[in-house]
Design a protein around this ligand. Sequence first.
Ligand code: C5P
Length: 255
Amino acid sequence: MASMSRRRQIYEGKAKVLFEGPEPGTLVQYFKDDAAAQQKRGTITGKGVLNNRISEYLMTKLNELGVQTHFVRRLNMREQLVREVEIIPLQVVVRNVAAGSLATRLGIAEGTQLPRSIVEYYYKSEPLHDPMVSEEHITAFGWASTQDLDDMMAMALRVNDFLSGLFLGVGIRLVDFKLEFGRLWNNDEMRIIIADEISPDSCRLWDIKTNDKMDKDRFREDLGQVEEAYQEVARRLGILPEGGPADLKGPKTMQ
Ligand code: C5P
């Protein structure tokens, strides 16, 4: 990773690294193959390449739709140029079908269609394991204002409508997903935009016919064929890197 060391590292998370970008107000987002879920750690070969490409594809579509994201352009197999934002310390989850923590917390069978889409907020804190919080906590502790929450909720629901349709078109049910948001300042004006990534790491995606899981739950639940599932998502979206799976192990960074 010789080329990575020349840039100043801003942040390292479980699945991604952020570096100082080539111009002010930008960052380089590098996608690793590492995966983590609670105590579980592992590597999914080719995941970084696929998530870089899938997130590029989905965020480009959202930008075109007028739902602004931090994505600027893809730089190479594992890196993309993004706008630097002030991250709001919340995870905004939208759910269409009961699964994961909602199914467990409320005792609803996984796969149950929800009466309507449900939006939830979690406070981003690793030591606290991202606890669920309400609007009351968020506004009282100053993580976001009521106006910010209205903006995030409206954007999250638009993303849900758009992505649900897009995935349905390729035979995939969007069960739920997580978004992160950041503040973008332009002089004294602030706008909230979508940050982080949108990929099979942050969405639950089920095959419409078989209900097969095509997302990170394959890793969380030790179902195997994780890499193949991510590849299949990219293939259905029509964006599997040229040369197919062989390309996925390509160079870690290219300048
Ligand atoms: O675990 P839970 O059911 O609350 O997850 C809801 C959605 O949010 C899932 O799609 C999951 O992949 C995503 N998520 C995430 N990062 C987290 C927690 C959940 O991307 N730290």
